[in-house]
Design a protein around this ligand. Sequence first.
Ligand code: AMP
Length: 139
Amino acid sequence: MSDTIFSKIIRGEIPCHKVYEDAHVLAFLDVNPLSPGHTLVIPKEPAVTVDALSDDASAAIGRVLPRISRAVLGATGASAFNILQNNGALAHQAVFHVHFHIIPKYDDGTGLGIGWKPQSFDHAAGKELAGKIAATLAK
Ligand code: AMP
């Protein structure tokens, strides 16, 4: 994968407002926050999208995401938050290194705004698709 701004942050070539670091994970404040406390949690493994992440890097992220979320809530006083994870330019990914956004939501409405437009569900097509995904997973 190509070098990204997050690789440079991991290597210490660009500064960040670090909130957490271990052997596999780095977390720091987003510099264009949707709300105070907006934090990015990234694997040190240089994968572009989450489907390309190794099991070990995924586990390392999963291990600390709840703990970092609790710390963001504790420090900001927010009681609600969203975790956002974009994959691909079409899905609004701008930095091509896996990252999880922790975005506190406040009473004043600041935080993540969500456009959620559910579509109708066809159970026959759903059954076929679920089977296809399960079969792909079993490979
Ligand atoms: P995404 O659209 O999911 O790829 O989000 C990328 C995020 O990275 C955006 O919210 C940016 O504000 C954030 N970002 C980009 N450069 C930096 C940086 N140097 N330090 C902290 N956050 C950054």
